[in-house]
Design a protein around this ligand. Structure first.
Ligand code: F6R
Length: 243
């Protein structure tokens, strides 16, 4: 596990965008696993800037997102589909047909999750998976649990996640209660993983996840067992870590 300690959110975003750019330059038709949430927004902004300067080409890139709320239509401005179009897809030359997210409008969870898992496999797997880190140690929507979920599945969101996400909705009541997410197994099959984390409010989670025991109670701790993980964290996020 390689940890880059950077000064602040801006540096974190540039470093992460650099790593993603390197992947796209080395393998123009790579499969990028993408995340939503507030942490990667600066990374996407940086990628868009470099694309606009002519330094990056997404024309062959294919993407699969980690997760999507169940029950939100694509045009809802809180859907992850909407987020990805706002922050990246509509601003670079990626082909819409090369972008993929779980379909939150599909009622049949089993069918949709099986479709998504098969899709990822049919693309040859993920070359580089971008992750954020939840306050409770979740990655994707894999919440603390008794075991690690292997494949894409439907989850009931915890109160803490609903609470953390309500800032994006009119009220906590409007936050969907379920989501489709890649499983821990799906994430661990990515060839490379890049996790971005910023801020003191995540410091305790960072210390537990990357310097504590590997346990499904802190889902991100499993990343300690992956052979190619890069963490880009700012000083505040690393303030409780022994490094
Ligand atoms: C988003 C996702 C989540 C977030 C996590 C951190 O696709 O899968 O696991 O990465 O909740 O969110 P932020 O970055 O908003 O703190």
């Amino acid at each position: 596990m390689r940890i880059y300690k950077v000064k602040d959110y801006g540096e974190m975003s540039r470093k992460a965008a650099n790593i993603i750019s390197a992947q796209v330059i080395l393998k123009p038709d790579c499969v990028l696993g993408l995340a939503t949430g507030s942490t990667p927004v600066g990374t996407y902004r940086q990628l868009v800037e470099w694309y606009e300067k002519g330094d990056l080409d997404f024309s062959e890139v294919r993407t699969v997102n980690l997760d999507e709320y169940k029950g939100l239509p694509r045009e809802n401005d809180q859907s992850y589909y909407y987020f990805m179009h706002e922050n990246l897809f509509d601003k670079v030359n990626i082909k819409p047909e090369n972008t993929n997210l779980p379909d939150g409008t599909k009622e049949d969870s089993e069918e949709e999750c099986a479709r998504y898992e098969a899709l990822i496999r049919s693309m040859g797997g993920v070359d580089l998976q971008l992750l954020g880190l939840g306050h409770n140690g979740h990655i994707g929507f894999n919440e603390p649990a008794e075991d690690f979920a292997k494949e894409t599945h439907c989850v009931d969101l915890t109160e803490r996640t609903i609470e953390a996400n309500k800032r994006f909705f009119a009220s906590a009541d409007d936050v969907p209660r379920q989501a489709y997410t890649m499983g821990i197994g799906t994430i661990m099959r990515a060839k490379k993983i890049l996790l971005v984390v910023s801020g003191e409010d995540k410091a305790e989670t960072v210390a537990k996840a990357f310097f504590g025991p590997v346990t499904p109670e802190v889902p991100a701790s499993i990343l300690q067992l992956h052979e190619d993980v890069t963490i880009v964290a700012d000083e505040a996020a690393l303030s409780k870590a022994p490094c």
